[in-house]
Write a protein that binds this ligand. Structure first.
Ligand code: PXG
Length: 285
């Protein structure tokens, strides 16, 4: 597998960047996770927009245009002969002297990795996942905006560790107001009496591209959608629950904090949206 780093392709084992890169030293950088299905890259323009917006928010100038980066991503997929792939784009602040000051860096690095990803065992997509609310709250939006997809994922990793400690594969994270925010790498949806509900962006969440696609698909299919502040009580008493993310796609949740959600089996709305989603990714480019 070849990896692109700032203008050149390297074998996976040779793909390296400086230990002085502030991406490594401070998590100073941004990234995207993107999927391609049958050679079609799902919503590439939206991923690039989010990447460039994240970079703008941390005053990082990506040293190529969105069009140039799109071309590099396509070239990397082609070189690796990949049609169904997970694409990781990373932009670091670049190597510099020690000390936080981003002005003491030069050469932001642009990295494109194309590979496969299997986040959860296939049977969980059939039977549903169990999640647990963790004590680590999602980053306060006034401290580090969850809208920025930065290289500093410790907030989410701390939550993931708590979930694993509790015997679950995913964590439900609340925001600073105690409302439901999102999971460590996925957005959350509920179905209550036929209405699809998901936390609004001002709950302090990442604006997931899969989230937006699911909202669109539901509306087009005549399913009412509400972006509402949600509580854990809403999760416990929902008829259905599922998570969305590029890596996880759409995965049903059947238990939260020991409470069985709905029938304890993936529900009809979740199944329907999964079908519509997999049809969409195959047809859209
Ligand atoms: N919330 C957070 C905090 C995320 O990191 C999503 C929601 C879903 O967004 P998209 O645009 O993908 O629908 C993400 C993105 C992983 C992993 O290995 C997950 C993400 C990113 C990188 C790695 O689980 N999720």
């Amino acid at each position: 597998m070849k990896v692109y780093i700032s203008g050149k392709f390297y074998d996976k084992a040779e793909a390296k960047i400086s230990v002085y890169d502030h991406g490594l030293l401070y998590g100073d950088g941004v990234f995207e996770g993107i999927r391609s299905y049958g050679g079609k890259i799902f919503r590439l323009q939206q991923h690039l927009k989010r990447l460039y917006d994240s970079a703008k928010a941390i005053q990082l100038v990506i040293p190529m245009t969105q069009e140039e980066l799109a071309a590099v991503i396509r070239q990397t997929l082609e070189l690796n002969g990949l049609k169904d792939a997970y694409i990781r784009v990373v932009v670091t602040r670049g190597a510099g002297s020690l000390g936080l000051d981003p002005r003491k860096t030069s050469d932001p690095q642009v990295i494109v990795i194309t590979d496969h990803i299997q986040l959860y065992p296939p049977e969980l997509y059939e039977n549903g996942l169990e999640i647990v609310t963790v004590s680590t709250i999602r980053n306060h939006p006034n401290a580090l905006s969850p809208r920025i997809k930065s290289l500093n994922y410790l907030n989410n990793i701390l939550a993931k560790l708590e979930a694993i400690e509790a015997g679950c594969l995913e964590a439900l994270m609340l925001n600073h107001k105690g409302e439901v925010a999102e999971c460590t790498g996925d957005n959350i949806f509920l179905v209550t009496r036929g209405t699809l509900r998901t936390p609004p962006l001002d709950a302090g969440i990442l604006e997931g591209i899969t989230r937006n696609a699911v909202i669109e698909l539901a509306k087009r299919d005549g399913i009412p959608v509400r972006e509402d502040a949600l509580t854990r009580h809403d999760v416990y008493t929902a008829d259905e629950c599922f998570l969305t993310g590029t890596a996880a796609e759409i995965i049903p949740v059947v238990k939260c904090d020991g409470r069985v959600i709905g029938t304890g089996k993936p529900g009809p709305v979740t199944r329907r949206l999964r079908e519509l989603f997999f049809a969409l990714v195959r047809e859209e480019e």
